[in-house]
Write a protein that binds this ligand. Sequence first.
Ligand code: GLN
Length: 355
Amino acid sequence: MKKVFKRGVMTLSVACVSLILMGTTAVEAKGPLTTEVKTQAVQKTSLTEERINTVLKEAYEKFKDNQEGKNADYIKALAIVDSKMFGITLVTPDGKVYEIGDTKEVVSIQSISKVFTAAKVMQEKGDKFIQEKIGVNATGLPFNSIIAIELHGGSASNPFVNAGAIQSTSWVEAKDSKERWDKIYGNMDDFAGTKLGFNEEVYHSEVNDNKNNQAISKILDARGRMGSDPLEATTVYTKQCSVNVSAHDLGMMAATFANDGVNPKTGKKVLDKKYVPKILAIMATAGLYDNAGDWLYLTGSPAKSGVGGGILAVVPGKLGIGVVSPPLDKFGNSVRGQQAAAYIIDQLGINPLAQ
Ligand code: GLN
């Protein structure tokens, strides 16, 4: 059986603490999906177009019928998204696009947005600011944990859990909420190299039901860690989570990181090159939440997931990977998204830690 998110009482056996924090029910699941892909001895392969196309097709065929996992349902609008949707896009730093499946279908970006807002704050305030004000360590606890803040001296620990993400949003320099939102949205457009859509349905579904995140923002405010009004920042954070992305968009956003912060399609420099490794380091540490260690062990690659079912993975200098598939594992990470990305990295022999 799979472990999935459900609102209610939590009974996960891993860490009682984390359960209390998340307010979710865990349904028993089998082991980590990471066992699906057996990492082979990494061969140095050249990334020919033919090889990329072959591996992409194999990944799609291999995992397309896997129905493991379950759509997030604690945000009601996510429960009704087509769980069969499955698209994979690969983009090389020179802007070549390889894709298969439902690569134009969109889901809400959710937590993947945290990467771009943190990048924006880093660009405006520097990497030390992120490290000192928010943190860059793993919490070892679920992404919406409240107790994690208390356990770590009133700190969010990193910008990719909800606490740190709401903080990042609050620290984007802006005179008001509208300017903050416009900058965050425009920054994601720049990473994607296109104007991204907005999912009103998801936004309204979550903004009326985000009391846990409001509570997080208030605690952080009490600890002097917020850059703007906590509830205003939470609302803008909820908006940024409601931006629509396709596998194609995610592939391009990932490729912007793989290409030293320059969008391969538009040529626009979105993030200073010196900050790219910093953001990728946080992705490696906390991009897949409390499963980040297993993921890194398997792939050696920074990645970020969202409960909408999107995932992006970055192989610096080589490849941006975007996958959309809504059913999630117990950590809130797309099951087929992880499988496909891990398979591609493995089969192309591009694990960055094995070069
Ligand atoms: N908007 C979601 C939330 O705050 C994002 C969570 C996620 O994608 N992990 O709960």
